[in-house]
Design a binder for this molecule. Structure first.
Ligand code: PMP
Length: 514
């Protein structure tokens, strides 16, 4: 059961002591205190289906048993060594991680976050090329620090302070909102736009705009790097016209620069077709930055690059107190194992396709949905004023977000106008999570005979579909041995019945969730 501060008390602490720039996503904020796989529990014990993965951070599932066990084992043995020593877990992890990369991406730096990873990538690119200027795309997000903020091109994450010189932003090649339209590598094609067989014709136009930028605003031949996400995350799953990234990278290389692929959101199989998002674009980056899903929520990030680039960084030693500590390495290794063992990349592909199809169907009957896009489990739903392309006002969009939460489902918002609903669940989600419901609840004298599909409880017969039973206050779900321990089961979806069990005395309550 929840034993933390009351909701009111958290309001007071938030108002008095938590930095005001830290915004909670909901008007009626959630106090979350437990999680299991794709499920989260609030302070009232209410269960939520997590379709946001704590902003794409939880990759294989909240408190995944294998990942938690790996962390526990490491906690009991050694918490910390810095990179001035060696630890076997770190070495095992690095070997496993690097095996996931193609070509000569063979050298790893372990860090603690995405911002740190992109900051280091910036340094490496500048050290290797000897150039200072860098280019990223409009509306991108690469992190929040006084340096990396210059790469990030989203108003709400920029402060009016001078950022390092030489940071430029190329026009965003957005097939839905961009001036030239375009089509993308996705089952969701943009309506009223082109549907090119190979590379999208608009990609050349956007690449031309990039070349104008290189020729007019960057000292000749002195670009250090082009940074791009494989699909823009914070901006609401914006995909680029087919062929854009490949051609942009060719152009940057002609001008002497490197390509930094920010895989903080798109890595580890999330896009389904490939383990890394950049592989969907048919490019080989010079530097790759990783964070979020790499640690399933544990602070871990990485920069992966070539030997030649890493060699250019040896004029100083690299020191990072916590970067890649043994606990983070134990978690990272377990995450990679779980992705393989549970076929999560394939799941992203299949489940993602299913979601996209369902959402596109919804779009047909809901003109408020202007665009459905994404790949694998990286999905965006752009809301508009019905019948127009005008972004739905952020007030209405956040009301929609709020009511989805009240139905027991957590998703996110994003985009320049905060009018894009973002669906990026833990990769263990499955199709049934969208169909699960209590079918029937009636009196019977039968004992439990089956778990999962049809469960019978003495006194009542509960017919469940794909429902996991959780003890009161959350925690691990019961397995078949739960019979004597049942305290509370909650199934909360609109139109579903909420069922509460208590064992001593046996009490079963049901109500329909409104
Ligand atoms: N890159 C991308 C694509 C991101 O989405 C984020 C975080 N939203 C970052 C970098 C920064 O990561 P962190 O918050 O771990 O610093």
């Amino acid at each position: 059961t929840y034993s933390g501060p009351s909701f009111q008390k958290t309001n007071k602490i938030k108002a008095d002591h938590i930095a005001p720039a830290i915004c909670n996503i909901y008007k009626r904020p959630l106090v979350l205190h437990q999680g299991h796989m794709q499920w989260l529990f609030d302070h009232d014990g209410r269960r939520y289906l997590d379709l946001f993965g704590g902003i794409v951070t939880v990759s294989v599932g909240h408190c995944h048993p294998k990942v938690s066990a790996a962390l526990h084992e490491q906690i009991d043995s050694l918490w910390h060594v810095t990179n001035i020593y060696r630890h076997p877990k770190i070495y095992e992890y690095v070997e496993k991680l690097i095996a996931k990369f193609p070509g000569d991406l063979k050298v790893v730096y372990l860090v603690n976050s995405g911002t740190e990873a992109n900051d280091l990538a910036l340094l490496l690119a500048k050290a290797y090329t000897g150039s200072n200027d860098v280019i990223s795309l409009q509306s991108c997000y690469h992190g929040y620090s006084s340096t990396v903020m210059g790469l990030t091109a989203t108003q709400s994450y920029r402060m009016p302070i001078p950022v390092p010189s030489g940071m430029h932003h190329a026009m965003l090649p957005d097939p839905y909102r961009g001036i030239w339209g375009g089509c993308r590598d996705s089952i969701s094609q943009v309506k009223n736009s082109c549907a090119c067989a190979g590379d999208c014709v608009t990609s050349d136009k956007y690449v031309h705009q990039l070349s104008e930028l290189l020729e007019n605003s960057v000292p000749a031949g002195r670009v250090a790097a082009f940074f791009a996400e494989s699909i823009q995350g914070v901006n609401g799953a914006v995909q680029f016209p087919k062929g854009y990234i490949k051609k942009a990278v060719e152009l940057i290389r002609k001008h002497g620069g490197l390509f930094v692929a920010d895989e903080v959101q798109t890595g580890f199989g999330r896009t389904g077709d490939a383990f890394w998002g950049f592989q969907n674009h048919g490019v080989q980056p010079d530097i790759v930055t990783l964070a979020k899903g790499i640690g399933n929520g544990f602070p871990l990030g990485a920069v992966v690059t070539t030997k030649a680039i890493a060699e250019a960084h040896t004029k100083s030693s690299y020191f990072n107190t916590f970067g890649g500590n043994p606990m983070a390495a134990a978690v990272g290794k377990a995450v990679l194992e779980v992705i393989e063992e549970e076929g999560l990349q394939q799941n992203c592909k299949e489940t993602g396709r299913y979601f996209l199809e369902q959402l596109m169907e919804l779009q047909n009957s809901h003109p408020v949905i202007g665009d459905v896009r994404g790949k694998g489990l990286m999905i965006g739903l752009e809301l508009v004023e019905p019948g127009t392309k005008q972004p739905l006002n952020s007030g209405d969009a956040s009301e929609i977000l709020e009511s989805i939460k009240d139905l027991g489902i957590l998703i996110g918002t994003g985009g320049r106008w905060r009018n894009v609903l973002r669906i990026k669940p833990p990769m263990c989600i499955n199709k049934k999570d969208f169909t699960s419901k209590v079918i029937k609840c009636e009196e019977t004298k039968e004992p439990i005979v089956e778990y999962g599909k049809v469960s019978k409880f003495e006194g009542f017969q509960i017919t469940l579909e794909n429902t996991i039973l959780f003890p009161a206050g959350g925690g691990q779900p019961f397995d078949l041995g739960w019979l004597n321990d049942v305290e509370v089961l909650q199934v909360l979806r609109k139109g579903d019945q909420a069922i509460h069990f208590t064992q001593q005395p046996i009490e079963i309550g049901t109500d329909v969730v409104q």
